[in-house]
Design a protein around this ligand. Structure first.
Ligand code: NAD
Length: 449
């Protein structure tokens, strides 16, 4: 069945329809219209899937998707044009170009944590670039996945783009097929499965993965503002964000002040009982709830720790001085738990951060710009921010992606255009002149060089 869907998309791609800019524009404009008509349905689906606050759904899902659509609609024509580049002297007389050629048939596999945006944005980018798409959203957000299926089917013919719902089994059946491009967002573990499945066909992949994102607070940081910005970035979506700060490394002289500040900032954002706050998301399911509550069992809790199994609720939780051997410091946390570790020397920072794989995000809070920039320079990571969290995501001019175990490739804005197209080199050689130098017999031409 999946083979048949893909075969139809292959035939459709061969018809060259997707290469027409007008066709792409019409599809994306229609998609925009249908999304605008379904804004309420989108917020309802996310509320039902994991109590995602309406405001967060708007700013982190709907508006991100709408602005990616607008950007693509505005730029498809100019970004698709062959780019004329400076010709090589050796080729004189010639004109030389880079063509952006759509790869063809793309498979997109999406996660549950931003289930609308992380499925829709790559779909928009792949379509804008002239590809066909089969999209498999996450089975953990069934309401959103069903809505994605309906929206896509209202806009696209199945041979152009279609949503296939299902779990890991469905994903692995799809991965058995021969694709021209695979775009995967999810865990490192599944990212490796995707890379393995792509290898026999030499299919290019983008892997948007995760990791343990460090957040350094040095002795010169403005503590109250630091705490406020960390509370926002960490507890947005209840910490289920790939670029959320995973753990804090704080200069020992600032630890007590930070604890005081983070308690007041959590209370300012979510009240004394975050469980009753309309602005606090739930853990996605029981398995993740149990995994997360297990992580805090043997730790010293500075604030938070309250839980409710009936609702998959775990309060914003800050932990004191977790050991690097503790469970919470092994893998990406992906939940509302913030371990704090104090340091005294920069060597300690080096040895802790370097004991983990290259992270997706990296944060430094400091008033000393030389020091902050030095840290940005010294470590390898997907993207980082000095004195804030998460906001590297918001500028479409910045590439969004990981490095090492946190991912391969990047997207957003024009970077997505490059991601979903093959950059084809084309040289147009003139015939009015034919310089003889390169042709045999070479004789003693070498002496003239
Ligand atoms: P996941 O890897 O469990 O699942 C992602 C997708 O892969 C889902 O559609 C799922 O059905 C599918 N899948 C699961 N097991 C599979 C298998 N064995 N074979 C093939 N497909 C399979 O990830 P998740 O729990 O949905 O999302 C959380 C992870 O995603 C975190 O690690 C987070 O950091 C990462 N993430 C990364 C980004 C990014 O942009 N870099 C964004 C969001 C989430």
């Amino acid at each position: 069945m999946f083979q048949e869907l893909l075969q139809n998309q292959k035939e459709f791609f061969k018809s060259h329809q997707t290469k027409h800019i007008d066709f792409r524009l019409t599809s994306l404009k229609k998609l925009k219209e249908v999304i605008l008509n379904n804004e309420n349905e989108i917020t309802t689906a996310l509320l039902e899937d994991f109590k995602k606050p309406v405001f967060e759904t708007y700013i982190t899902e709907i508006s991100v998707v709408l602005s990616e659509l607008d950007l693509m609609i505005k730029n498809i024509a100019s970004w698709s044009k062959p780019e004329k580049i400076r010709p090589a002297l050796m080729n004189f007389p010639s004109t030389e170009y880079i063509y952006n050629e759509p790869y063809g048939n793309c498979l997109i596999i999406a996660p549950w944590n931003y289930p609308f945006q992380l499925a829709m944005a790559p779909l928009i980018d792949a379509i804008a670039t002239g590809n066909t798409v089969i999209l498999k959203p996450s089975e953990l957000t069934p309401k959103t996945s069903a809505l994605l299926k309906r929206i896509v089917s209202e806009v696209f013919q199945p041979e152009h783009a279609i949503v296939v719902e299902g779990d890991a089994d469905v994903a692995s059946k799809l991965l058995d097929l021969k694709w021209d491009y695979i775009f995967f967002t999810g865990s490192v573990k599944v990212g490796k499965i995707v890379a393995k499945a792509a290898a026999p066909h030499l299919t290019p992949v983008t892997l948007e993965l995760g990791g343990k994102n460090p957040c350094i607070i040095d002795e010169s940081a403005k503590i109250q503002l630091t705490a406020k910005r960390i509370v926002w970035g960490k507890f947005l979506n209840a910490g289920q964000t790939c670029i959320a700060p995973d753990y804090i490394l704080i200069h020992h002289s600032k630890k007590e002040a930070f604890y005081k500040a983070i308690k007041t900032e959590i209370e300012a954002a979510f009240g004394i009982t975050p469980e009753t706050s309309p602005d606090y998301t739930r853990i996605i399911n029981k398995d993740h709830y149990e995994r997360l509550t297990g992580l805090i069992k043997n730790e010293t809790i500075i604030t938070g720790g309250q839980q409710n199994i009936n609702d998959n609720y775990l309060a914003p939780t800050v932990l004191d001085e977790c050991s690097l051997e503790s469970d919470v410091m092994q893998d990406e946390i992906f939940g509302p738990i913030l371990p704090v570790i104090s340091y005294t020397s920069e060597n300690e920072l080096q040895s802790i951060i370097n004991s983990y794989a290259k992270p997706l995000a990296f944060y430094v809070f400091s008033s000393n710009m030389d020091k902050a920039k030095k840290l940005m320079d010294e470590f390898s990571f997907g993207g980082g921010v000095i004195n804030d969290t998460i906001i590297q995501f918001t500028n479409h001019r910045l590439p969004f992606g990981g490095v090492g175990e946190s991912g391969i490739g990047a997207y957003h804005g024009k970077h997505s255009f490059t991601t979903f197209s093959h950059q084809k080199a084309v040289v147009k050689k003139a015939t009015w002149l034919d310089l003889p130098f390169r042709y045999a017999p070479y004789g003693d031409k070498l002496k003239t060089l």
